[in-house]
Design a protein around this ligand. Structure first.
Ligand code: SF4
Length: 408
C-alpha cells in the first residue's frame, strides 16, 4: 500500500494564546522528549506493518514545534526513521517537510535536517509585528524571523514555506503588506496565509470575551487577508488552496494528498491517520489520544478507529477537495463512489457556476469562489442529503477552520 506519513511532535516553548493544537510547553532538557522520540519510532514501525505500507510519497513532521527538539534529538528521529524505512525496503526519497519556529530554527538544526533527507522547511512566522506577537503570546522576537528566513534560504533554497496570519490584534492592511514585503526578500517557494480563527476554550477566546483584547472587525479582517492574497499573486505566487500560495512547481504535495483524501498514517499524540478503500468507497480514520503521558505509558494509547462510510467519505471528499483550486480529483471520485462529481451535486455546481464561483469547465472553485467555500459546502451537503436514501446521510464532517482556517 502507498501512504504518506505525518509525525506530530507535541512540544512547544510556550503556548500561543490562539492555539488549540495539542502541544505542551516544555524546557529543552525535559526527559519526555527522548521517550517521545522512541515511542514515535516504535509506533511508526507498527503502523507501517499494520497497514502493509510499501511506499511513502511524503513525510511531514509537524506539531507543536519540531525545531524545539534541537539538532541532537532531531538526528535521533531522522536516523531512526531512515533505519525503519531501509529495514522495510521502503524507498527513502519522498517530499519531506519539517516545521520550525524562528526562535529554534538554528544553523545546527537546519543542517541536520538537510543532511538527513528533509527536502522542505515550513517556518511558522505568523507576524513580524512585535506588539502583535506579544498580544498573541507568541514566543520569539521579530528579529529572529529575519535570521530564520536567512537560514531557511541558505539551507533550503527554493524549497521553504512561511506561514503568516491575517486578522490579528493591532493589524491593518499596511502591516500585513509590510510583513509580506519583508518575507518576499528571502524568496520563499511557498506561503501559507491563514485567517486567525478564534477557537473555543483558548486564552484568546477568554480575553476577547473579557474585552481585554480586540481584533479587527470581520469585514476588515477579510479585507486585510484579501490585500495579502493580492500582493502574493502579484508577486507570482499562485493561490492553489484556500490559504496556500506557491511559485510554479512548488505546491505542497503532502497537503494535496490530504485535500484529495489519499492515505496517510499519523503518529504521535493527537495525530490521526486515514486509510481509504478506493474500491469500496469507504475509509478508516484513527486518532491517537491527545495526552502525551497516557500515550507514553501505553495506557489506552491504542488509536481509536472510526469507519468512514460511503456517504461520510463522499462528504469529506467534497469538503476537502473543493479547498483545492483544481477541485476533488474527478478520477478518484468516480472510482470511489461510482459517479461523477457533477452527478453527485449538480444543482449546487450549477447555482455556484452561475454566480461565477465555480469554474465553467471543471468541478472546482474559482479564486473568488474560495472566499465563499463554507456556504458552497453547506449547499453541497444539503443537496447530497436530499438525494441519499433515508438513513444513509452519513456523519457531518466539521468544516475546518472557516474559509481561510488552518487545518493542518
Ligand atoms: S501555534 Fe504553534 S508554536 Fe504556538 S502553541 Fe500552537 S503549535 Fe506551539
Amino acid at each position: 500500500m502507498l501512504s504518506s506519513l505525518y509525525i506530530h511532535v507535541p512540544f512547544c516553548i510556550a503556548k500561543c494564546d490562539y492555539c488549540d493544537f495539542y502541544s505542551i510547553p516544555v524546557k529543552a532538557g525535559d526527559e519526555r522528549i527522548g521517550r517521545c522520540i522512541e515511542k514515535i519510532l516504535c509506533s511508526t514501525e507498527a503502523e507501517l506493518e499494520r497497514f502493509r505500507v510499501e511506499s511513502i510519497p511524503s513525510i511531514y513532521i509537524g506539531g507543536g514545534t519540531p525545531s524545539m527538539l534541537g539538532a541532537q534529538r532531531m538526528t535521533e528521529l531522522l536516523l531512526g526513521l531512515s533505519g525503519i524505512l531501509s529495514r522495510r525496503s521502503i524507498p527513502f526519497h519522498p517530499e519531506f517537510t519539517v516545521e520550525a519556529n524562528p526562535e529554534s530554527a538554528d544553523r545546527d538544526f537546519l543542517s541536520c535536517c538537510r543532511d538527513r533527507g528533509v527536502t522542505r522547511l515550513s517556518l511558522g512566522l505568523q507576524s513580524f509585528c512585535e506588539s502583535t506577537r506579544r498580544q498573541l503570546g507568541r514566543a520569539g522576537e521579530s528579529a529572529a524571523l529575519s535570521r530564520s528566513l536567512a537560514l531557511a534560504s541558505e539551507f533550503f533554497p527554493g524549497n521553504f514555506n512561511a506561514d503568516l496570519m491575517a486578522g490579528l490584534p493591532c493589524q491593518d492592511e499596511k502591516e500585513l503588506l509590510s510583513g509580506i514585503g519583508k518575507l518576499l526578500e528571502y524568496a520563499p517557494s511557498h506561503v501559507s496565509l491563514y485567517s486567525l480563527t478564534v477557537e473555543e476554550e483558548t486564552p484568546l477566546a477568554r480575553r476577547l470575551s473579557e474585552s481585554t483584547l480586540s481584533l479587527p472587525p470581520a469585514e476588515e479582517a477579510d479585507r486585510i487577508w484579501i490585500a495579502g492574497r493580492d500582493a502574493l499573486e502579484e508577486a507570482g505566487y499562485e493561490q492553489y488552496e484556500v490559504s496556500n500560495f506557491a511559485l510554479p512547481g512548488k505546491r505542497s504535495f503532502h497537503n494535496i494528498r490530504y485535500w484529495r483524501m489519499e492515505n496517510w498514517l499519523g503518529t504521535g499524540p493527537a495525530a490521526s491517520g486515514t486509510i481509504i478503500d478506493e474500491e469500496a468507497g469507504t475509509g478508516v480514520r484513527y486518532t491517537v489520544p491527545a495526552d502525551l503521558d497516557v500515550w507514553l505509558l501505553g495506557r489506552g494509547a491504542e488509536a481509536a478507529g472510526e469507519l468512514l462510510d460511503r456517504f461520510t467519505l463522499m462528504k469529506e471528499s467534497i469538503l476537502m477537495g473543493f479547498r483545492f483550486i483544481e477541485g476533488p480529483d474527478p478520477f478518484l471520485f468516480r472510482c470511489r463512489f461510482g459517479l461523477d462529481i457533477e452527478e453527485a451535486i449538480p444543482g449546487t455546481l450549477e447555482k455556484w457556476r452561475r454566480r461565477g464561483f465555480v469554474k465553467k469547465n471543471a468541478s472546482a472553485m474559482t479564486g473568488e469562489g474560495l472566499l465563499f467555500l463554507d456556504s458552497f459546502v453547506i449547499d453541497a451537503f444539503n443537496e447530497l442529503e436530499s438525494i441519499l436514501p433515508a438513513g444513509c446521510s452519513g456523519s457531518v464532517p466539521k468544516i475546518p477552520g472557516g474559509s481561510h482556517g488552518r487545518i493542518f
